[in-house]
Write a protein that binds this ligand. Structure first.
Ligand SMILES: Cc1cc2nc3c(=O)[nH]c(=O)nc-3n(C[C@H](O)[C@H](O)[C@H](O)COP(=O)(O)OP(=O)(O)OC[C@H]3O[C@@H](n4cnc5c(N)ncnc54)[C@H](O)[C@@H]3O)c2cc1C
Length: 476
């Protein structure tokens, strides 16, 4: 009889003192031996709840089986495991690192009922990393590319985030000529400008982008659709268009003092540090000033990333959240790492005013204390009510991480596109908008969501685009 191993095989992590000295990746991932040991815990359920729990339905037991079946031949094990993963997910090195597995595949893992769920995310990451190190992914790609039959149709993809990149990869594999138009000087979307190096090394993204280029995808950076080129111009030149412009406009707080110096949106703060390398000013042009005390408002992944970044820039950091700890939305691993790194948490505090000094720079934040009720709102969070009691916390810098919304630019250039009152684009079951040949996915159609959902949309839209172009070809 099989013995159940209740505890996960832990992944090695960089010690806290070392982490705070720079932006090196915190989690060091499995070795082959550790990965096989963890793979051996898997019960190989059929049907597999983990596959259903994955938004892109990766055959999880399938790829795990390949690892343990070929335990004597690591290269074969990883190649076969990668083939299983690639059938549904072309960016496993990224999703293995940033997916909220604890709410998805791992949440429904049967092992989780008797012990700790299988560490699916870290196994996925291991397969991707090992494949890259040994050039296995390169060989697999070389097997795929010559079989691609080139097609004459051209597709434009707007935005090089996970939605756009996935859509482009899937279409390129079908032989379409794909061009991505990206507003920033680097492709990757939130993966490059938002998520810090210590969670997702830039090198990982660059390697994924190289694969895309080898599939024949052209990426035009510094290209703002709506400014550099109009939407109508794209529609004239391309047979179909995919919109993957994300939700990059930060929400701010409409309270006194919001215009004081030293108050950043998390987007701006993270973009300055991640993309513009502001931590290396003046070697790089963009500066950042954090001072000694930083308050981060919010408790999602963005707030954790901003807080942990500020810690690495030498500040004392406090996360202030208007709800309680149980309603924190960031990934469990990120909250644990933030705590280990000395980030303090203050719950049930709602900001009501930013207080400035004589030079117009923020020096403190006034919060109203909130009280939780037993009742829950539509999202399952405990309702909170103001108590009337206030508290003032000192701050040299405040970072607001309370959410983001879609940009108005694209809709200004394309007013006929159907969207809701928040600018979230509407699509049908094939991801097509109300404009024939124009598809959309990712945060642009969901508001803020996750990397894997964006990728799932990109993939689904690629299928929709293929169907649309095939029908168009038949009728012409
Ligand atoms: C700091 C932070 C941390 C996060 N952490 C996680 C996490 O751990 N796990 C997780 O699953 N999710 C996380 N998320 C959410 C996740 O990153 C997003 O859901 C995901 O990136 C959405 O992908 P997307 O392709 O739709 O959009 P984006 O990644 O936003 O990419 C959109 C791209 O479109 C470009 N663009 C916009 N307008 C134009 C235009 N007019 N012309 C040309 N290009 C344009 C933008 O420059 C951008 O590159 C995080 C988000 C943030 C901000």
């Amino acid at each position: 009889m099989m013995t159940l191993i209740k505890e996960r095989v832990p992944t090695p992590e960089r010690p806290v003192e070392e982490r705070l000295k720079g932006f090196m990746e915190v989690n060091l991932g499995y070795t082959f031996e550790l990965a096989v040991k963890e793979a051996e815990r898997c019960l190989q359920c059929s049907p597999a709840p983990c596959t259903q729990g994955c938004p892109v339905h990766i055959d999880v037991p399938g790829f795990i089986r390949k690892l343990r079946e070929n335990r004597d031949n690591p290269e074969k094990a990883v190649k076969e495991a990668l083939e299983v993963i690639w059938a549904c997910n072309t960016l496993p090195a990224i999703t293995g690192r940033v997916c909220p597995q604890e709410d998805q595949c791992e949440a429904v893992c049967v092992m989780g009922k008797v012990g700790e769920p299988i560490n699916i995310g870290k196994l996925e990451r291991f397969v991707a990393d090992y494949a890259r190190e040994k050039g296995i992914d390169e060989k697999l790609l070389q097997e795929i590319t010559p079989k691609i039959e080139k097609k004459k149709e051209k597709v434009a993809v707007i935005g090089a985030g996970p939605a756009g990149l996935t859509c482009a990869a899937e279409l390129a594999k079908e032989g379409y000529q794909v061009t991505i138009f990206e507003a920033l000087h680097k492709p990757g979307g939130v993966l490059v400008y938002g998520i810090p190096e210590f969670r997702l090394p830039k090198e990982t993204i660059e390697k994924e982008l190289e694969k895309l280029k080898k599939l024949g995808v052209e990426i035009k950076t510094d290209y703002v659709v709506g400014r550099t080129v109009t939407f109508d111009e794209l529609l004239e030149e391309y047979d179909a268009v995919f919109i993957g412009t994300g939700a990059g406009t930060p929400k701010l707080l409409n309270i006194p003092g919001i215009n004081l110096n030293g108050i950043y949106s998390a987007n701006e703060f993270l973009t300055r540090v991640n993309l513009m390398k502001a931590y290396a000013f003046p070697e790089y042009e963009t500066p950042i000033k954090v001072g000694k005390k930083v308050i981060v408002i919010g408790a999602g992944n963005t707030a954790m990333d901003a807080a942990r970044t500020a810690r690495r820039l030498g500040a004392e950091v406090t996360i202030a959240y208007r709800r309680g700890e149980e309603d924190v939305t960031a990934r469990v691993e990120e909250v644990a790492h933030a705590k280990e790194e000395g980030v303090k948490f203050e719950f049930f505090l709602n900001p009501v005013e930013f207080i400035g000094d004589e030079n117009g720079r923020v020096k403190a934040v006034k919060f109203e204390k909130m009280r939780p009720l037993e009742e829950r709102d539509a999202r399952g969070k405990r309702k909170i009510v103001p108590t009337g009691e206030t508290v003032v916390l000192e701050a040299d810098t405040v970072i607001i991480a309370i959410g983001k919304t879609t940009s108005k630019l694209l809709r200004m250039t394309l007013p006929q596109i159907e969207a809701d009152e928040h600018g979230v684009i509407k699509v049908n079951e094939n991801m097509m908008t109300n404009i024939p040949g124009v598809f959309a996915g990712g945060d642009a159609i969901r508001g803020e969501a996750t990397v894997i959902l964006a990728m799932g949309d990109g993939r689904k839209a690629a299928k929709g685009i293929k169907q649309y172009l095939e029908e168009k070809r038949k009728s012409s």
